[in-house]
Design a protein around this ligand. Structure first.
Ligand code: ADP
Ligand code: MG
Length: 237
């Protein structure tokens, strides 16, 4: 009996993981498909598009290899990156899809570097997840405002604000729970992965939302000057 229970728990974990991997691979595949479709309609794709396609293929490769070597802990490589470029890459990646849905990105980025000690591919995954959620919340289109800056203590701040359907109070509490989704084709894994990655970077993510008004996602990441202060007991996160 105990053995059965143990086995079924193990199966659930493997199933969750597989679903997670599938989810993470679907995003770059959608982008690749979009660009190839553009090419097919004889709108020739640019050097920038080709570069993005190559880096997306690399990312799929990375995700798959991570999945395969999960048994052995792999070394994640943290590097110092100007997060404005990381987010810029993600925006150009999603731009054509946004355009199709009458969605416009409005960027307010600091004019000076916003440096973060990070695993850039993981952070790209975070921004893709958050931006896609924002886009999916606006089926009739609208504006997504992005702010990238730095607090006085050097921590990076990223804000993504949409004009979408918003999230009710009881649903706000459920965000990040695996498989929590209100979408027909959703997996409810995006925010779980997102939160794990942010935790891995010793950062924080929070959601402010008003039903029918839109949602603001704020992400704080420790800058290169010093780590984020650990949270006070009892403080909401
Ligand atoms: P999925 O996108 O597959 O549903 P996620 O983990 O990315 O899974 O998101 C979980 C749920 O959180 C979504 O189904 C949606 O209900 C809610 N959500 C997340 N971001 C937003 C947003 N910007 N606006 C409205 N709802 C959101
Ligand atoms: Mg999502």
């Amino acid at each position: 009996m105990e053995e059965l229970l143990r086995r079924s728990e193990k199966l659930t974990t493997v199933g969750q993981l597989a679903a997670g991997v599938a989810h993470e691979i679907r995003n770059p595949l959608t982008t690749l498909r979009g660009f190839l479709q553009m090419q097919q309609r004889s709108k020739s794709i640019s050097q920038l598009h080709t570069d993005i396609m190559l880096s997306e293929l690399d990312r799929i490769n990375l995700i798959v290899s991570e999945f395969l070597i999960l048994a052995k802990p792999q070394a994640v490589q943290f590097e110092i990156r100007d997060i404005r470029f990381t987010i810029g890459d993600v925006i150009s990646l999603l731009d054509s899809e946004a355009h199709l849905h009458n969605i416009e990105f409005e960027s307010h980025f600091y004019s000076t570097p916003v440096l973060v000690h990070c695993e850039e591919n993981q952070l790209k995954q975070v921004f893709i997840n958050v931006l896609k959620n924002a886009m999916e919340a606006m089926p009739r289109g609208g504006k997504i405002s992005l702010f990238v800056g730095e607090e006085e203590d050097g921590n990076a701040v990223i804000c993504v604000e949409d004009e979408g359907e918003g999230i009710s109070k009881d649903r706000l509490e459920k965000l990040g729970e695996p498989f929590y989704t209100n979408k027909e084709k959703g997996t409810g894994l995006g925010l779980m992965v997102t939160q794990r990655i942010i935790e891995g970077h010793k950062g924080k993510i929070c959601f402010d939302s008003e039903l029918g008004e839109g949602t603001r996602v704020t992400i704080l990441l420790p800058g290169t000057k010093r780590e984020l202060q650990t949270e006070q007991p009892g403080a909401a996160g």
